[in-house]
Design a protein around this ligand. Sequence first.
Ligand code: NCD
Length: 359
Amino acid sequence: MKHLIDPMDLTKQETDEIITLAQDIIAHRERYQGSMAHKKLATLFYEPSTRTRLSFTSAMMELGGQVLGFSNPQNASVSKGETVQDTVRVVGCFADIIAMRHPIEGAPLVATEVSRVPIINAGDGSHSHPTQTLTDLLTIKRELGHIDNITIGFCGDLRFGRTVHSLIKALSRYEGIKVILIAPQELKLPDYIKQDVCERTGIPYREVETMEEVMPELDVLYMTRVQKERFLDEDEFDRVKDSFVLDCARLAHAKEKMAILHPLPRVNEILTEVDSDPRAAYFRQVENGKFVREALIVKLMEWKNDPEHGMPDEEPPVVDPELHCPNRKCICNNEHAPHKFRKTENGVLRCWYCDSKIK
Ligand code: NCD
């Protein structure tokens, strides 16, 4: 069975198949209207969401399927202390596929260990957000005509912005990608993405502190919100909250065909004066999110019983009672998930669930 927890759970070919199917759905919506008739999607959202939850709901409805679930965990048994694994075991009796968003990193992965239906990670803490990645890839494809050979600038909160982490991983499999990281010191990209993704796959990346210095080079400018809810320290948040703001004056130096993406919601990092610029793709990106989620649901249901489309092979985990994950927001420090680890190619041990480095 195929789950989507991390963008790398899909092969490059499977990723491209989903993007191609999304484009076909856009071109021939009527052909897909009954394809999920009598199927049910459960949306289990333990954290706030507008776009992601509603786009999953709308996607399933467009396919003729039904949707159940919760958007406020206070109304569900989790408020009585039920674990993620137990909730998923129960919901698997009622739904054919599950989309889960959770503030704790690794929660959707732990869910896959017991689930009898495919699980889609709709965002886990500041870790991953693979369906936003599919949305972003489809948007780049539709805006520029290609995903290969682009220079992409990521701007803002690269430390806690899970959409950035997942998109860089996925882009590492395309040709001729150059990454420019535009962030203040406090919001730099985590080392695990720099080392295990960029350095290992040989994607050239550069860190800069202003967007002005790189604007003319960019094919895509990926703006992000400073993730207030993930900061442990209020003062640190206040220092960086207005770090990078895109306005028309800054945009004047960009290529004529550059695409501006933002996973949304925005706070103030893109002024509304930019919205009418033809390069502002972020509202088109929202709509792409619905089509790509339709394509994902169709494909995961098709692959459910197909041994050709399982999860990627992995080395068995390292388990050592002396070792513990240091991340307080990891599932293994919040529920009775075992502490287990993966040895990366450069010999570093990382948490199986959240990728934190083990000292
Ligand atoms: C993003 C998320 O939840 O990570 N939003 C989304 O899914 N479209 C980005 C954010 O919250 O800033």
